[in-house]
Design a protein around this ligand. Structure first.
Ligand code: DLZ
Length: 171
């Protein structure tokens, strides 16, 4: 598996797009709060490190990961965010609840991204255990919150770049 050999937080920080004029929404799930708080810290610090001002970051909390898509839709409705980052952690239990939640969140965020045109980033851990979650929330595999912030900046930049009017040729 890729994450077994890859630190999620490793990226080329010298090759990041500008964040000038960008705003980001963050939706954080309250379930497994110790983990999602660590994801949030990694995400927030990465946005700040790349020049996003605190005034241009709006964070909201939702009860569980299942509510991440509707939380993202509420932020998308404000029409002022260049990307929306969704952070959650669904730990596998004795039943298949994790599969239903994960599938619903992934589908919901994909559909919202495509319908709204605003990148909604899937920063959700889907571990088999608390230990695997900790490994990916600031532990030996890095912090998926960092990865989510980097992805958000890159997608917001792509969106802005393509939306720019092209210069006229001649005349
Ligand atoms: C119900 C539930 C369970 C069992 N496990 C998790 C979890 O591991 N991670 C998570 O983010 N949320 C969990 N939830 C809550 C659901 O996401 C949702 O909040 C409730 O089903 C209410 O819609």
């Amino acid at each position: 598996m890729a994450s077994a050999i890859k630190n999620l937080s490793v990226y080329d920080d010298s090759n990041m797009p500008s964040t000038v004029g960008m705003s980001f929404g963050i939706v954080v799930s309250a379930w497994n709060a110790d983990i999602t708080h660590a994801l949030y810290e990694g995400c927030l610090q990465t946005l700040l490190k790349h020049g996003v001002s605190e005034d241009d970051i709006r964070t909201v909390q939702v009860p569980g990961s299942f509510e991440l898509p509707v939380g993202a839709k509420i932020l998308a409705g404000a029409k002022r965010f260049d990307a929306i980052i969704c952070l959650g952690c669904v730990i596998k239990g004795e039943t298949q609840h994790d599969e239903y939640i994960n599938h619903a969140v992934a589908t919901g965020l994909t559909n919202l991204s495509i319908a709204s045109g605003i990148p909604c980033i899937f920063g959700v851990l889907t571990p088999n255990s608390q230990e695997q979650a900790l490994d990916r929330a600031g532990g030996k595999h890095g912090n998926k919150g960092v990865e989510a912030a980097v992805t958000a900046i890159r997608m917001a930049s792509l969106r802005k770049e393509i939306a720019k009017p092209t210069s006229k040729i001649g005349y």
